[in-house]
Design a protein around this ligand. Sequence first.
Ligand code: SF4
Length: 379
Amino acid sequence: MLPLSLYIHIPWCVRKCPYCDFNSHPQRGEIPEAQYIQTLMADLENLLPKVWGRPVSSIYFGGGTPSLFSAKGIDEILAGVRSRLMLEPQCEITLEANPGTVEHDRFEAYREAGVNRISMGIQSFDNALLERLGRIHNGDEACLAIEAVKAAGFQRFNLDLMHGLPDQDLAMALHDIRTALRFEPPHLSHYQLTIEPNTAFAAQPPVLPEDDALDDIQEQSHQRLRDAGLEHYEVSAWSLPGEPSRHNMNYWQYGDYLGIGAGAHGKITELSSGKVWRYGRQRHPNRYLAAQNSGEWNGEERYLEADDRLFEFFFNGLRLREGVNLKHLSERARLSQTKVQAALDEAQGRGLLVIDDERAQATDLGWRFMNDLQGIFLP
Ligand code: SF4
């Protein structure tokens, strides 16, 4: 059986950050938590026939800002999930939280509800940069929030840090890294700010560091992270040995996942026909809430063609330092190696890929020019 994860989207935020292209909506008035939970459960019920008998290896509450939901609400959702799906004994249950949205004792209550991993959206500890990013917290609040997560007994947690921020120089970037490492995070996501279409930053682009400065920031930050014992296991993700995010590993290794909530996406392999179905739920919270009555859950859906599966399989898997397991080509992407041989040969010929036993892995050059490498597998 293919591994199966569950993603639960909570679409509200206190306000919209100017760089954000996620499906997040500024909270206006009270969040309709009870109605949303009811809709999530109806959504899940609707999907159950697609995954009968398959155990779930990880659950991820993403957003938006899931920590805007009460611990009671998260508890109710998890109880509803448990009564409908079988969870593996070591099921990883992650909740994204933002400093400034959670009172301290709430982390303990999340843990009691069954959450066993927190992903904290820190982005930076620098007050001026946080303000430029439109974040609602400051550096001190970020530190207090991490301390609260640790005090609540979470041994598994992630810190999200961004770099390449407006007017950020090397010293500022390294200060963020040093501050994050003080908390000894078992997992850290370190990603570069990019300007996405249809965001406030795209309309009024800020001045970002030049490429040379970015190279220095990355090189020196990476050295600090390595010195702290963290392994660079994915393009933007670092962890202590044995601590990668199991949920994200399932995406990168082209496993199946259910997505419930406004704008959530899912990818399910129909075990009887071997077809791979991808869907996206209604993006706007109001349309999503209305789906419980209208039955129109999906904003989009389709069965993936062979070319789509080929691209997705390599696009995701090559981000991992360990590369892709070529055995998974037939098991998960329903493709034969003959279908991809020409692309593998080209990537090897250009020095971007090595094939060793059953694995295809980006070389250092391929890792550096990931877009070029991934582009070889485009339909
Ligand atoms: S808190 Fe996160 S999801 Fe919400 S608007 Fe900001 S970046 Fe987007």
